[in-house]
Ligand binder design. Sequence first.
Ligand SMILES: [Zn+2]
Length: 311
Amino acid sequence: MAKKYVVGVDIGGTNIRTALIGLDGVIVSKAKNSTGKDPLAVLNKHLDTIYAPHAKEVCGIGMAVAGLIDRENGVVMKSPNIPKLNGVNLKAEINKRYKVCVAVENDANAAACGEKFAGAGKDIGNFVMLTLGTGIGGGVIVENRLLPVAAEVGHMSINADGPQCPCGNVGCLELYASATAIIGGAVAEMEKGKSSILKDSYNGNFYKITAEDIYKAALEGDSLARAVLRDGGKSLGVGIASIINIFSPDAVILTGGLIGAWNIYIEAAITEASKRALKELYNNVNIIPSSLGDDAGIVGAANLIFEKCKS
Ligand SMILES: [Zn+2]
């Protein structure tokens, strides 16, 4: 039977998403469950329902995983948000049950491939993708191809005397500009007694606030919410300026829940990057949102299969 599908899987700290995808990059069906305590059990359940019924028509399974990946062997070397997968050979795990070609890649790298294949980067030869969420990830496309490097831009230090990062470095970009950092900043200000409409959230338990709550409060004119989003954006701009100086991309493509706050958070980042990056390089760059959103990882992971498993 002719192969007409690929399967893309995106294993994140919060959710595992799996999709059956046509060779044109269009998603045919998908499943999403929380990662929970046993990510391999969730993965197997997804493959049983999404992959197995179409096994004969599927070229391979592409996996995007949050963490450092040994892409040669399909091993998750280290995944800070999914420690259960540390050292797990995903390719071997899948091949125990299904004899099929498997590719494993870092999630932000896969998202970059997804945007290149079927998203905002389709017609852009050189771009850097940034995933802005719990942490900050990166993927680099040069001359239409993914650079096979770690691109851990979230752990680029922007403050030599900054706070300790779990990665071992200090002052990392994601400690200032991620959703986690922005929420932490808002909570710290409220603990100090700063007034904010966020204080009334969750019956006063403002430790539960999300980045989206902060953005909503900002839209209502809350000055604390606006300040933490602007500060986070400014730090992001410091990082983006370095990325522009290093890679001289045609675009920086941004994805993740935080881009919902484009008019405050991203605008602050763009303003800061414009002041800091080399003018000649900055003038050539477009800073734009991803078009695939949450699907970039699975579409990109599936696209890796075209490269790896041509059959
Ligand atoms: Zn770090």
